[in-house]
Structures are given as structure tokens and as C-alpha cells.
Write a protein that binds this ligand. Structure first.
Ligand code: C5P
Length: 303
């Protein structure tokens, strides 16, 4: 059963477990090949925002999912909460013993199908939250395999810290030296079909991501990221011309570096300070009140 409601009503009524589902940001995404099953081989430098969805979990007489947040209605309409429910069902199946019914509340703050991993982050948060609520643990390997079944980005969302991911996203290596960045996330609220973006790629065998050795200063990291790419950005721009517009708007408001994340349409701008990022987000919102602009600080690798 799904319904929209105010999250504070939910939290006030009983004690619950909370998990953050942080936005995933692809600082770089190189498409380096394609597997025989059609999935693409990627090299990705990934970080996470201090902004995202929020999920609450509690014991309940029956299984239930409720929604709130700016984008909650979008999910209520099209069944896009699938990944939360799939994660619950898959974990229940994996632990084998009786797992009592749960009420899950999803505060959907991230735009849907937008390249910042909202659905994948929700899936990872559901696995984490329900393991806590049901008092169960799985081996790291079993958990990673479950996560990968739910989507290529779910294993990295389980980590929620700076990392390099290879393969289709399952080969993960922490990047402890990555600094925090002051960022604005920007989306024209046009959904992009990920398979369609991949289909439009001009070439699938692009140069790998090369970042070694780890740059010591933020400015060096910025130069290294600027020298990398998101290979999905050109085909996504063909599908959604607003990506070029929003990217130019971020630059006009002082972003040091702008790029699209994932298969789009969310773009990020990196700013010199959080004050600059917050000022830019407010000004951008005034220019295009219907679009999504969010200032956020990303997590640092050493945190
Ligand atoms: O794994 P996820 O559900 O996020 O992927 C959505 C779609 O994107 C896949 O069905 C596939 O068409 C495409 N994809 C891909 N290579 C990847 C990840 C996704 O071709 N590494």
C-alpha cells in the first residue's frame, strides 16, 4: 500500500530506524567497452552529497510504503518505488528466517531518473536499514551480490564514500584522498532514459580513467577531474538540449567546473566555497523556479 503523508507524523508516532540515501555524483565516467550481455564497462570516479533521500523503517502489522518529499508524488504515480520494495523482498528472501512486516517511509528529495542514483541510493539504504531493523548481518560478498542484482550502481551506494568503480560498477576501490567539494546540483527536471543514452554512444571503447598519483590539493584534484570526461554527456545532450543550457547557467554563476552526472540530466557545478555554492543555487532558482537547484557539500574520502 502506498500513500503520501507528512514524515513528521510518521516519526512522532513511534521509534524508527533512519537511513540517509545520499545523492551519487559521477565526477568522471568513461565508457571503456561493452560486455557480451550488452552492459557497458565503465571507469567512474564517484563521490556522494550530504543531500539525498531519507528512509525510515519500523515494525508494522503489515508491509507498507509511504511517501513524502518534493518528488514523492512522482513515485506514487508511476510505481517507481519498485527498487525499495524489490530490496525489501530480496533481503527477506536472502536471510531465510522469518522477517517481520515493516513500514517504510521514503522522503523523496532527489529528482527521479536523474543520474544521481536516487533509486540506487534508496535500494542501498533499504538493505542497510532492514538489516538493522531485522537484526541480521550478511557477509560483505553476499551483500554486494544482492546489491548488484538490484542495479549496477547499488553496490557503490552501499559504500556512500568517494570511490573509483570499474566493471559495470561492481569493482570498487576507496579514494581516501578525495577532498570535499562545494557543489550545486542542477536538473531541468527532464527524465532521461539510461538505455537510450547508452544506445546513442558514438564509440564504446574510450580511453580509461587515469588519476594516479593521487593529487594532494583540491586545485590539483579539480585539474585531474577537468581532464577526465563523462562519455554519456554528448548523447544525453542530444536527447535533452536543456543540459547544455543548465551547464552554461552554472558556469555563468561562477562554477569552477561543470559536468553531467551518470546518464543525466543532473549536472553539477563545483564552487570555491559553500557560500558561493549557496548564493549560486539561490540565484539560479530565481531564474528558473521550476527547475531543481541544490547546494551541497560532498563527503570527503578521509571522513
Ligand atoms: O543497472 P541499471 O538498472 O541502473 O541500468 C539501467 C540500464 O542502463 C541497463 O538496463 C542497461 O541498458 C544500461 N546500462 C549499461 N551499462 C551499465 C549500466 C547500465 O548498458 N554499466
Amino acid at each position: 500500500m502506498m500513500s503520501s503523508e507528512n514524515r513528521s507524523d510518521f516519526s512522532a508516532s513511534c521509534s524508527s530506524i533512519t537511513e540517509e540515501a545520499r545523492a551519487k555524483i559521477n565526477l568522471a565516467l568513461h565508457v571503456t567497452g561493452q560486455r557480451p550481455d550488452g552492459y557497458h564497462l565503465l571507469d567512474m570516479l564517484v563521490t556522494f552529497a550530504d543531500h539525498g533521500d531519507r528512509l525510515d523503517f519500523m515494525r508494522s502489522p503489515t508491509d507498507e510504503l509511504t511517501l513524502s518529499g518534493r518528488f514523492g508524488e512522482v513515485l506514487a504515480g508511476d510505481g517507481g518505488t519498485n527498487l525499495v520494495l524489490k530490496s525489501r523482498d530480496l533481503l527477506r528472501q536472502a536471510i531465510g528466517t522469518v522477517a517481520f512486516p515493516v513500514r517504510i517511509h521514503l522522503e523523496k528529495n532527489l529528482p527521479v531518473a536523474s543520474g544521481i542514483g536516487g533509486g540506487s541510493a534508496d535500494a542501498a539504504a533499504t538493505l542497510r536499514g532492514l538489516m538493522r531493523l531485522w537484526g541480521t548481518t550478511l557477509s560483505a560478498e553476499t551483500l554486494a551480490a544482492l546489491a548488484l542484482k538490484l542495479g549496477a550502481d547499488v553496490p557503490m551506494c552501499l559504500e556512500s564514500r568517494p570511490l573509483i568503480a570499474r566493471g559495470i560498477g561492481e569493482k570498487i576501490e576507496a579514494v581516501p584522498d578525495l577532498p570535499a567539494f562545494a557543489m550545486v546540483l542542477a536538473n531541468p527536471l527532464k527524465g532521461v532514459s539510461t538505455p537510450e543514452v547508452f544506445r546513442r554512444l558514438a564509440t564504446k571503447n574510450n580511453p580509461a580513467l587515469s588519476l594516479a598519483p593521487s593529487p594532494p590539493q583540491t586545485a590539483d584534484w579539480l585539474a585531474a577531474i577537468a581532464a577526465a570526461r563523462n562519455d554519456l554527456e554528448p548523447p544525453a545532450r542530444e536527447l535533452v538540449p536543456e543540459i547544455a543550457v543548465i551547464s552554461a547557467m552554472l558556469e555563468a554563476h561562477g562554477a569552477l567546473l561543470t559536468r553531467m552526472s551518470g546518464s543525466g540530466a543532473t549536472c553539477f557545478g563545483i564552487f570555491a566555497t559553500m557560500t558561493a555554492a549557496e548564493g549560486a543555487a539561490a540565484a539560479l532558482h530565481d531564474e528558473r523556479p521550476g527547475w531543481y537547484f541544490q547546494a551541497t557539500e560532498t563527503v570527503s574520502g578521509g571522513a
